[in-house]
Design a protein around this ligand. Structure first.
Ligand SMILES: NC(=O)c1ccc[n+]([C@@H]2O[C@H](COP(=O)([O-])OP(=O)(O)OC[C@H]3O[C@@H](n4cnc5c(N)ncnc54)[C@H](O)[C@@H]3O)[C@@H](O)[C@H]2O)c1
Length: 336
């Protein structure tokens, strides 16, 4: 029988793409999502892509009774925990909400897993746990830190899982530190779809391309980078989703945890990204240079060799693929 994976936050951006890759790899998948940052029609779109009905519980990871029910009604082998709040600026304004959802949500989930004897968990961490990186490309054993409340919650979650792993050798945790997910599914049916002003660069540029936002503000062009603008490691969301399948498979087969970077190892600047998007949408996109944003760093890109060695992880999609798939997604969305 197919092994079953529970995705908390599985209706969201990375969760929905991972859902498709897990189904394609032969797993049976159950979603739990409170739809605080996802549209219910994503489920119909997942059915169109996979050609099979989606099983989804609508509810909160903070709801212990619901988690108990989900584990009782399904024979879950592993969990991927995406559900979290992720807006850096908002996290500083609303620390209690972020601590509750991100930290208490994880602990609640782990508690329910223990009661149900489910010991395999993949956790969505982030390159933000490196704070201000000392070495580039960033290896996993770099010192950890944080520069905002969101980053603090991810660090506390990682450290909590490390303590829990020490307590009982049955636990196997896959801690995945994402760099900057971008792009959309090749079908154009799912992608990143923020309701308000996007926090991340690509969805912001996408909204400039669709005319929903007037112009891109580039925060600083005097960084120590080739064109002076900030450099980040953008990873296609489908490559990232495939990394989750490899992580789950490794936990189930080897019963041993891992902490790895998921990135490409290549950094692109804000202007590289803007120009790649201009190629994709075939028009010039307006931008202005404004002051640096407090807390931003010049460059961040991954050393992905550990994920490659441990999981066989590799990326096959480049910046043009990210921009083309994003443009395909957003232009379909505004035309329907
Ligand atoms: N997108 C990025 O740039 C990025 C980078 C690094 C790490 N991450 C992490 O990856 C994970 C997924 O990110 P994403 O970009 O897909 O975000 P997303 O907001 O699209 O997805 C998160 C999903 O979780 C759901 N959710 C939120 N709170 C919940 C709760 N209390 N109970 C149940 N469901 C809840 C939302 O409705 C949403 O569908 C998050 O943990 C995020 O912190 C994201």
């Amino acid at each position: 029988m197919a092994e079953t994976v529970l995705l908390t936050g599985g209706a969201g951006y990375i969760g929905s793409h991972t859902y498709c890759e897990l189904v394609a790899a032969g797993y049976s998948v159950v979603i739990l999502d409170n739809f605080s940052n996802a549209r219910p029609d994503v489920l119909e779109r997942l059915e169109l892509i996979t050609g099979a009905p989606v099983k989804c519980y609508t509810g909160d990871v903070l709801d212990a009774a619901l988690l108990k029910q989900v584990f009782a009604e399904n024979s879950i082998d592993a969990v991927i925990h995406f559900a979290a709040l992720k807006a850096v600026g908002e996290s500083v304004m609303k620390p209690v909400e972020y601590l509750k959802t991100n930290v208490s949500g994880l602990i609640n989930l782990v508690d329910a897993m223990k009661d149900a004897s489910v010991w395999n968990l993949v956790f969505s961490s982030s390159a933000t746990v490196y704070g201000e990186p000392e070495v580039l490309p960033i290896p996993e054993d770099s010192p950890r830190g944080y520069t905002n409340t969101y980053g603090f919650t991810k660090l506390v979650c990682e450290q909590s899982l490390e303590q829990i792993a020490i307590s009982d050798e049955r636990w196997a945790f896959g801690i995945l530190r994402y760099f900057n997910p971008a792009g959309a599914h090749e079908t154009g049916l799912i992608g990143e779809d923020p309701n308000d002003i996007p926090n991340n660069l690509m969805p912001y540029i996408a909204k400039v391309a669709t005319g929903e936002l007037e112009c891109l503000s580039v925060f600083g062009n005097d960084y120590d980078t080739p064109d002076g603008t900030g450099v980040r490691d953008y990873i296609h969301v489908v490559d990232l989703a495939k990394g989750h399948v490899q992580s789950v498979r490794s936990l189930l087969e080897n019963r041993k945890g891992h902490t790895v970077n998921l990135g490409t190892g290549t950094g692109y600047s804000v202007l590289d990204m803007l120009h790649a998007y201009e190629r994709a949408c075939e028009k010039e996109l307006p931008y202005v240079i404004v002051d640096r944003r407090p807390g931003d760093i010049a460059s961040s890109y991954a050393d992905p060799s550990k994920a490659q060695a441990l999981l066989g992880f590799e990326t096959t999609r480049d910046l043009d693929d990210m921009c083309l798939s994003s443009w395909n997604w957003v232009s379909r969305r505004i035309n329907t």
